[in-house]
Design a protein. Structure first.
Length: 166
């Protein structure tokens, strides 16, 4: 029923165009539409369900969850103890500049963390302690670009599954 999903980004779009030109050199210098290809705007996940092509991108996720594709987005945060984000998010999460433990979180923050970990940004491993990236996400949740976070997580998971041959 499902075909394997593929990540379609700049490199894949360029390769697709190059293949078309190899088949028909008269297409050299033409636009994607003139080559008979789907327009490429940004990275997307491509798959098919029962023969119907499915393209998922950040705008698709924004539409589905009914949230604007705008707002803050922070990516590539390490759990670096010297990160300037630590004090900011610790103040939000633990009402202290120092990192607290999971047990010191309020019930509301524990619930938000549970929703985030199980639905929005699932994480591997068994640790209850939120990573810096997860704490920053909760800090900015109301202003966050949620569709971008969801899409980035989908892309990361897809890349991992393709490299680990799961």
């Amino acid at each position: 029923m499902f075909r394997r999903s593929n990540l379609f980004g700049n490199q894949a779009a360029k390769l697709e165009e190059d293949q078309k030109v190899l088949i028909d050199p008269s297409l050299e210098g033409k636009s994607r539409q003139e080559m008979g290809l789907e327009p490429f705007v940004d990275t997307e996940i491509r798959s098919s369900v029962m023969g119907v092509p499915v393209f998922i991108n950040q705008e698709t996720i924004a539409y589905v969850i009914g949230r604007a594709f705008e707002g803050n987005f922070k990516d590539g945060l390490d759990n670096n103890k010297k990160s300037p984000w630590n004090e900011v998010v610790n103040e939000t999460m633990f009402t202290s500049k120092k990192k607290g433990s999971y047990s010191s979180l309020s019930m509301e923050k524990k619930m938000m963390l549970k929703i985030q970990n199980e639905n929005l940004l699932p994480k591997g491993g068994g640790s209850d302690q939120p990573s810096l990236e997860h704490r920053v996400f909760l800090h900015f949740f109301l202003k966050a670009n949620v569709p971008k976070y969801i899409f980035k997580h989908m892309v990361k998971t897809l890349k991992e599954s393709q490299t680990n041959n799961r």
